[in-house]
Design a protein around this ligand. Structure first.
Ligand SMILES: NC(=O)c1ccc[n+]([C@@H]2O[C@H](COP(=O)([O-])OP(=O)(O)OC[C@H]3O[C@@H](n4cnc5c(N)ncnc54)[C@H](OP(=O)(O)O)[C@@H]3O)[C@@H](O)[C@H]2O)c1
Length: 326
């Protein structure tokens, strides 16, 4: 099988690239070449900016693929460009959408793939839903071979989980916990959050590649592990050897002081997100998640502890501003 990944060296896509190469797939990575590590494992690099359509067209001239997957398409203009570039070159096109695109508030659980899309709180999710609509219209009109994948929160080595993300360094979060500074958790901390390790995500993703019965279908790829946010912070704090210092703040209150969190909290993290995973398991029967949160986050913490310990003071200032107003 011959596959082209747009991206391929990012948080989610690097795990997919690694597993695809180990599975014997011939992998081409189209990105700007800032991380070249996969060359040693046999990946071919096409160094290009995906936004330069002419340059991409030139660099793939004469090439055909069994699968093209775009990990960095966020708006209809991105998937329209991909359609122009790849419609005649691939037997399957995989679009990485987001489980945050499901409509909110969620009225019943577990969420299946037929749950309606439409997240009125978060533009990121609305644009992902618009992309899906364009691609499924092309499938209906002319058989464009799209498969849609909707990840929920997917983390990997070196990534930490907190409700208020966005610090420039991961060490910033550990530093707060280690010195006993409060960690803000939205609401009462009891909403349930599904967490998936990128190596588990990759198993289902690679299982969909070249799986042509998955064309015209959407799948969320998530684990069956859902934890309360209080528990997530508690597990992380205890792995760091300290007791958690959680401060609960209503999501609306957080978003009033720090508007950058409005969509991600009200349109995603403030909801319980529990998924029915039977569809992906039906299409990829070998899909089993083997990295529980306590194991994956321990590895993440070890990676962060062994890296540079730089604190993002502007992040701390924003969180402390919120706390000072309570
Ligand atoms: N992680 C989650 O919890 C989660 C949840 C829901 C959905 N998602 C979706 O998952 C996708 C993210 O995948 P990821 O984690 O692999 O991405 P990522 O960590 O953002 O990695 C970006 C990748 O794209 C390449 N890239 C960036 N800008 C480029 C450009 N202009 N031209 C060519 N290549 C470019 C980067 O390499 P270079 O810098 O070398 O170009 C890198 O390979 C997104 O679509 C996101 O919406 C993620």
């Amino acid at each position: 099988m011959k596959a082209l990944f747009i991206g391929g060296t990012g948080l989610i896509s690097s795990a997919v690239t690694e597993l695809a190469l180990r599975s014997g797939i011939e992998v081409y990575l189209l990105n700007r070449g800032s991380k070249r590590g996969f060359e040693e494992s046999g990946a071919h690099y096409i160094v290009c900016d995906i936004h330069d359509e002419d340059a991409v067209a030139n660099s793939i001239r004469g090439m055909e693929f069994d699968v093209v997957a775009d990990f960095i398409a966020y708006a209809p203009s991105d998937v329209e460009r991909d359609y122009r570039l790849f419609a005649d070159r691939t037997r399957q096109y995989i679009f990485i959408s987001s489980a945050s695109a499901y409509s909110k508030p969620v009225m019943s659980h577990p969420i299946t793939e037929s749950h309606p899309l439409g997240n009125r709180f978060w533009q990121y999710s609305q644009l992902k839903a618009d992309c899906e609509r364009f691609l499924f219209d092309k499938f209906a009109e002319e058989g464009f071979p799209v498969t849609v994948v909707r990840p929920s929160h997917t983390y990997g080595d070196g990534k930490f989980l907190v409700p208020l993300s966005g610090a420039k360094t991961q060490w910033t979060y550990l530093d707060r916990i280690l010195r006993g500074a409060p960690v803000v958790v939205h609401g009462d901390g009891k909403s349930l959050w599904t967490v998936t390790h990128n190596t588990d995500f990759a198993k289902a993703f690679v299982g969909l590649m070249g799986n042509y019965s998955a064309v015209g279908q959407a799948f969320h790829i998530v684990s069956d592990e859902a934890l309360t946010w209080d528990n997530i912070i508690s597990v992380e704090s205890r792995l760091l050897g300290v007791e958690p210092n959680i401060v609960h703040v209503a999501s609306e209150r957080i978003a009033r002081t720090l508007p950058e969190y409005y969509g991600g909290l009200l349109g995603d993290k403030s909801e319980s997100m529990l998924f029915d995973t039977s569809k992906i398991k039906r299409f990829v029967p070998s899909f089993i998640c083997t990295t529980p949160f306590s194991v994956g986050i321990r590895r993440s913490i070890e990676a962060i502890m062994s890296g540079e310990r730089i604190v993002d003071e502007s992040y701390n200032a924003r969180v402390d501003l919120l706390l000072s107003e309570l």
